[in-house]
Design a protein around this ligand. Sequence first.
Ligand SMILES: Nc1ncnc2c1ncn2[C@@H]1O[C@H](COP(=O)(O)OP(=O)(O)OP(=O)(O)O)[C@@H](O)[C@H]1O
Ligand SMILES: [Mg+2]
Length: 832
Amino acid sequence: MSEPTAAERYAAAKRRAQTPVLTAFRERLRFDLDPFQIAACESLEAGRSVLVAAPTGAGKTIVAEFAIFQAMRGESEKVFYTTPMKALSNQKFGELVDEYGPEAVGLLTGDTNVNATARIVVMTTEVLRNMLYADSELLRGLACVVMDEVHFLADRFRGAVWEEVIIHLPQHVRMVSLSATVSNAEEFGDWLQTVRGDTDVVVSEDRPVPLDQHVLVRGQLIDLFEDPLAVAAGHAARVNPELVEAARRGSTRVPQRGRGDRDRRSRVPGRSYAPASRQDVEWQRLARPQVIRLLEERNLLPAIVFVFSRAGCEQAVTQAVRDGVRLTSAAERQEIRELVEERARTLPDEDLGVLGYFEWLGALERGVAAHHAGLLPTFKEVVEELFQRKLVKVVYATETLALGINMPARTVVLESLEKFNGEARVPVTPGEYTQLTGRAGRRGIDVEGHSVVQWLPGMDPAAVAALASRRTYPLNSSFRPTYNMAANLIDQFGRARTREILESSFAQFQADRAVVDLARRVRSQEESLDGYAKAMECERGDFREYSRMRRELGELERKKLSPDARRTERERRQARLESLRTRLRRHPCHGCPDREAHARWAERYWQLRKSTDQLVRQIESRTGAVARVFDRVTDVLLDLHYAEPVDAPVPERAEGETRGPDEIRLTPAGRRLRRIYGDRDLLVAECLRLGLWEGLDAPALAVVGACLVYEPRREGGSEAGMRLPGGRALAEAIERTTDRWAELDDLEQSHGLPGSAPPSLGLAHAMHRWARGGSLDAVLDEVDLQPGDFVRWARQTVDLLDQIKDVADGHVARTARQAVDAIRRGVVENIV
Ligand SMILES: Nc1ncnc2c1ncn2[C@@H]1O[C@H](COP(=O)(O)OP(=O)(O)OP(=O)(O)O)[C@@H](O)[C@H]1O
Ligand SMILES: [Mg+2]
C-alpha cells in the first residue's frame, strides 16, 4: 500500500475529531477496523440506529461492542444484548464479564438470572419481549438494544418475538441489529426506519477470509472453479473442466442399461449423469476416516464435516475411533481430559454410563467429536470450547451448528447436497450452502478457508457451481398475531390502536410492498387491456360482447359431462349450447369480414383480463392481512369471554386515548392470559380457568406440562388407548385437556384460524418417571429419545410450569412449583 497523501491524512484526522468515542475505542483494539465496521460505528456515534448485514465471521460483534463502550461512557445508560440462544448468551456474557467486570454485566435466559439490574444485560430475545409486555422496571434507563442474529425474525416458530420487540421498544431506545447477509437488507432497513426512525443500513458482502471451493471425487480433491480467485472476487467463473471430466469418467463406470428415450425422460432434473448402483457409490467414495487422513495430509484441519443426520454424526465418530484415527499429541490429550473432567464435574456419576460419557471422552482425546441437537447441552458446549481451542480437529455436525456460535474451521466438508428436513430429502439451498461454508476460514489464522463437497455419482458439477456462487436469500417475516400478543396489546392500547400497531409489523410492510408491486402490474396490464379493446373494436357492433359469448361456447363445448350425469343436466347443457350458437349467428359482428382478426385480439384481451382479475384478488387478500388475523383472534377471545365489549367509558385510561365504539377490554381471565406465552397459550388459560388440573400431584402436573410442550419428531402410531402412568386423576386430567383442545380447535377453524396439533402423550411415561426421581437411564428406557432431546423437552416443560406457578391460584400454583423442582435436577439442571 502506498503512503497516504496529505489530503487523505487530513480527511482521516478530521474524521477522528468528529468521532472521538470511536477513536478512543479503536485505540483499545488489537486490529484495525474494516470499512463496514467503521461506517456502522460512525452511525452509532452520530446517535442513530444501525442495521448491519454481513457474512458469517465478518466481525459484526465489534459494532455491538462499540455500542456498549459508548453507553458505558455515560453516567447510567443501560444496554441489553439479545441473542436467539442460551448458549450464545452464555458465551457473550462470559466475554463481557472479562471486559467490564462481574458487577457491570447480567444474564437472563429463563434458566439463569444473574445480576438483572446491571448496566449491561445479556438475555434471550423472549426475555426482553416479556419485559416489554410486563412494562418491567428493568427497562428504566435503557438506551440501546443489540439484537444479534436478527435474521431469526424469519424463524417459523419464534420469529414473531423479534418483531414484537422491535415494534414495542420505547422510541428513544436505539437499536443495533446484526444480521447474516440477506438479499433484502434494504427493505428490512426501510421497515426499521419506519417503525424506529433514524436507522442506517450497512451491508458488506465480503467474506473476511476468501473461500476456496473443492469437490472430492474419489480420492482426488479438485477445484470447483477454473479460476477460484475470480469467484472469490465476486466474478462469474467457469466450472473447472478437469472436474467435468472426472465426473464424466466416474459415470462411465455405471452399467449402461436402457439408454433409450424413455430412460432419458425419467431422469431427475439437475442430474445429468445416470445414477449408479450402491456398490459403485461405495467404491467411488472415500471412507470417512480416509477423508480425515486426506484433510490432514493437505493441512486442511481443523474441519467441520456436515453430515445432516444425528445417527450419521455418531456413526462417523465411531468409524474414526475404530479406524484408529488420532489427531492429538500427548500434551493435547492431557489438556482435553482436564478440561472435560472440570466441565463434567457436576454431572451425576450414575448418569455417565447412559450418556455415553466414556466413549465420548475417548473420541475427544483423539481429536474427534459429534455435534447435534440430541447431545446433552453440556457436551455440546464442551465440544465447541475444545474446537475453538484447537484441541478437537474434526467435528461431525448437523446443520444446527451453522448458526451463531463462533466456531470457525479451516475447512467445511459437505458429505451430501441433500438433507432430510423431517419429512423428505430436500436439496441444500444456496442460502444454506453460504451459511454452512461460512464457517470455513478463521480470521487472523487462515489465509483462506476451504469447502469440500463430496462428489456422488449423478451430481452435476454445474448445479454444484450454481449453489456455490449465488450468495444470499431474502429475509421474510413469519409474524402472526397470537392470543397472548392480542391480549397484551388490547390491554395496553385497545383494539383500534392495536390494529394500527399490527399494520406496522414487517409482515404487513412486506405484504404492502408486494401490493405496491402488484398494483403497478395491474395498472400496466389495464393499459394493455385498453389497447387490445381498441384493436378488437368492430364498426358493426360490440365485439367484446360477441367474443365473450364465443368463449363461453368454446368452454361449454370442451366441458365433458360425466357418463352418469343426470338427464336434466344433459338437456340443460344442450339448450344452453343452442341458445349461444343462435345468438352468435345473429350478432352483428358475426358477419364482419375482419371477424377472425378481431377475435385474435379478443383472445388476448380475455387472457389478460383473467390474470389481471387474479392480481386484484391477491391485492385484496394482502391488504390488512395481519389485522385480519388479529380480528379473528380477537373474535375467539370475545367468544370465550377473555375480552368483552366496553359499554361505558373506561376510567383510568391514559390521557388523550380515544376508544372507538367497537372498543373492547380484557376480563380477569384475559388479564391472566397476558402472562401465558407459547404455542398453547389459550389452551393453558382455558384449563386453568376450568380447573381441569386441580387435585393433581407434582409428577402428574409435570406429565400434563410435557404433553403440552412435546412435539414428536415424526408422526407416530396412534396414541389412542395408550395407558397413562399415574392414577385415575392424571388420566382424567389429560382426557379433559384433550377434549378442551378439540373444542378450541373447532372454534378456531370456524373463525378461519389454522388450529393446532393435539397434545401428545409421547413423553408421558418418561416425564412421570423423571419427576418421581427416576434415573436418566430408566427414563430413556421409556422413550426413543437421545439425552439431549429429553433435556430440551424437560426444560421447555419447566418453562411452562414456571408460568403456571405464577398465574394459577392456590393448589395448582404450589404443585407447579413442586413439579419444577422435581424436573430441574441432574442433567436437566446442569449448566456449565
Ligand atoms: N477488523 C477485524 N480484523 C481482524 N479480526 C477481526 C476484525 N473484526 C472482527 N474480527 C474477529 O473476527 C472474528 C469473528 O467475528 P464475529 O464473531 O464478530 O463475527 P460475526 O460477524 O458476528 O459472525 P456470525 O455470523 O458467525 O455471528 C472474531 O474472532 C473477531 O475478533
Ligand atoms: Mg455474531
